[in-house]
Ligand binder design. Structure first.
Ligand code: HEC
Length: 188
C-alpha cells in the first residue's frame, strides 16, 4: 500500500514541470485579441449591411477580413486568423493541427457541449520551434450569417460569391452549426 502511494507521489513530482508552465496569461491574451478582432470585423460587417445590404457587405468581408486579421497579428507579433472545415476563402484552409481541432469541436458539439465558450489550446513543436496554439469555435447565428452562409442564398448574393470565391464551400449552414474557428499561433 505504502509503495503505491510513494509511486503516485513520484509520478506527480515528475509531472510537475509541465504543470508549472502557466499558460493562463497566453489564453487570456488570446481571448482578448479575438474580442478585438470580432469587434472590428463585426462592426465593419454591420455598417456595410446597413449601408448597402449583403452585396456591399461581401465586398467588406472580401477586402477587410484579411486586413483586420493582419492588423491584429502584427499588433501582437502572433498569427491570428479564421479557419473552417468548409472555407469560403481558400486562404483560410486549415492546416493539419487546425483540422484536427475543428474535428474535435464537432465531436464536442455532438456530445452536447455549447459553442459559446468552446476553445482548445496546446503547446506544440513545429520545425523545432515551440508554439502556443489556440482556437475558439465560431457559431453560426441565424442573423446575419445565413444570408451569406445558409442554404437559401439569394441569387444576386450567390452570384457575387461565385465571382469572388470560385472554390467557396461555406454554404448550406444552419443556425447553431460551427461555422469555423479563430486560430492563434504565438511564438514562445
Ligand atoms: C454579407 C455576407 C456575409 C455575411 C452576412 C457573413 N459572412 Fe462570413 N464570410 C463572407 C465572406 C465574403 C467571407 C470570405 C472573407 C475573406 O475573403 O477572407 C466570409 C468568411 C467567413 C469566415 C472565415 C472562414 C472562411 O470560410 O473563409 C468565417 C469563420 C465566417 N465568414 C463566419 C461568419 C459568421 C459567424 C457570420 C455571422 C455572424 C458571417 N460569417 C456572416 C460573407 C459573409
Amino acid at each position: 500500500m505504502k509503495k503505491i502511494v510513494l509511486l503516485g507521489l513520484v509520478a506527480c513530482l515528475s509531472a510537475a514541470p509541465v504543470v508549472a508552465e502557466d499558460l493562463s496569461s497566453r489564453v487570456e491574451a488570446s481571448r482578448a485579441a479575438i474580442k478585438g478582432f470580432v469587434g472590428n470585423l463585426g462592426g465593419e460587417l454591420k455598417v456595410a449591411l446597413k449601408k448597402g445590404g449583403p452585396l456591399e457587405a461581401i465586398k467588406v468581408c472580401n477586402s477587410k477580413a484579411m486586413g483586420i486579421s493582419k492588423m491584429h497579428s502584427e499588433k501582437n507579433g502572433w498569427h491570428i486568423g479564421r479557419t473552417s472545415l468548409k472555407p469560403r476563402n481558400f486562404a483560410n484552409t486549415p492546416d493539419a493541427w487546425e483540422r484536427s481541432v475543428l474535428e474535435q469541436f464537432e465531436a464536442r458539439k455532438a456530445a452536447g457541449e455549447r459553442l459559446m465558450k468552446m476553445e482548445h489550446y496546446e503547446v506544440v513543436t513545429q520545425d523545432e520551434k515551440r508554439l502556443f496554439r489556440y482556437m475558439k469555435a465560431i457559431p453560426t447565428a441565424e442573423k446575419p450569417c445565413l444570408v451569406c452562409h445558409g442554404s437559401r442564398i439569394a441569387p444576386a448574393i450567390a452570384e457575387a460569391l461565385d465571382k469572388r470565391y470560385p472554390q467557396d464551400q461555406a454554404r448550406g449552414y444552419q443556425a447553431g452549426d460551427i461555422r469555423g474557428a479563430f486560430t492563434i499561433t504565438q511564438p514562445m
